[in-house]
Write a protein that binds this ligand. Structure first.
Ligand SMILES: *Cc1c(COP(=O)(O)O)cnc(C)c1O
Length: 259
């Protein structure tokens, strides 16, 4: 994988050099090809897998470069950082995805600035988002973020033990009654492995959880599965991902702030 080094390629003015733009373009195209091939290999329609380009910690010029390369869906993890970029890029046709943990006090800002939330992880947050969406007269599409690995560093609803899935139902039921939030499906982050194949059981578990919820809530849409990142998206696509969230493979390593 050829990765761009944005630190070296960035000029003093904060604009990107043409070689950086070209790398982003070719990495973006190569990623689309890999998505297409993974879907075909799995016997799936490649159009059913959509790409969110994850631009967290990258400057706004990098988001613009991704958009120039063809990206329509941009993912961010930190509310304040994202909102500044969203303001600077107002008028561009970008669908903004919030993919990181949302603190309660950011609920108002998230509900008005983002188009799609991948990381709904509590009833409390859901209620706050619903309140602010109502005030803003809008509906926010969201995914339930589920922790299917049991790693304590991860947020999301506790879903690693199948025998506990039943216990999720009352909370999910309450969230699903909120009128200004619209469920689209589930999201997860697999544990990191050197061998991407090892992530498969986690993606499979998320899909099984989706099938379980689908039966419980017949009238609710659980079509979308947001799973797969730079290191493991091909495995995720094999297991049914409809959204993949990819940063590093397109934009290069992040320079600051872990995440
Ligand atoms: C950062 C991040 C990604 C992208 O990770 P890469 O490995 O850079 O592709 C995807 N999903 C979430 C939730 C993230 O925080």
């Amino acid at each position: 994988m050829s990765e761009v080094n944005l630190q070296n390629n960035q000029t003093m003015s904060g604009t990107l050099t043409s070689s950086t733009l070209e790398s982003i373009k070719s990495n973006y195209q190569r990623t689309l090809d890999r998505i297409f091939n993974a879907a075909q290999k799995a016997g799936r329609n490649p159009n059913q897998v959509r790409l969110v380009v994850v631009t967290k910690t990258h400057p706004v010029e990098v988001v613009e470069a991704a958009v120039l390369a063809g990206a329509a869906h941009i993912g961010e993890s930190y509310a304040d950082e994202a909102i500044s970029k969203i303001a600077q890029l107002a008028g561009k046709s970008i669908t903004w995805h919030m993919i990181g943990h949302v603190q309660s006090r950011k609920a108002a800002a998230v509900s008005t600035n983002f188009d799609y939330l991948h990381s709904l992880d509590s009833l409390k947050l859901a209620k706050r988002l619903n309140h602010f969406c109502k005030e803003a007269g809008r509906t926010l599409p969201f995914l339930f973020e589920c922790n299917v690995s049991g790693e304590t560093t991860k947020t999301g609803f506790s879903a690693w033990e199948e025998r506990r899935w039943q216990a999720l139902l009352p909370v999910f039921d309450e969230i699903l009654t909120l009128e200004h939030l619209k469920c689209q499906g589930l999201m997860t982050i697999a544990p990191f492995f050197d061998k991407p194949e090892e992530t498969r059981p986690y993606f499979r578990k998320l899909r099984a959880l989706r099938d379980f919820l689908d039966k419980q809530f017949r009238s609710v849409c659980f079509d979308e599965l947001s799973m797969g990142m730079s290191g493991d998206f091909e495995a995720a696509i094999q297991e049914g991902a409809t959204w993949v969230r990819i940063g590093t493979a397109i934009l290069g390593e992040r320079l600051s702030r872990k995440g």
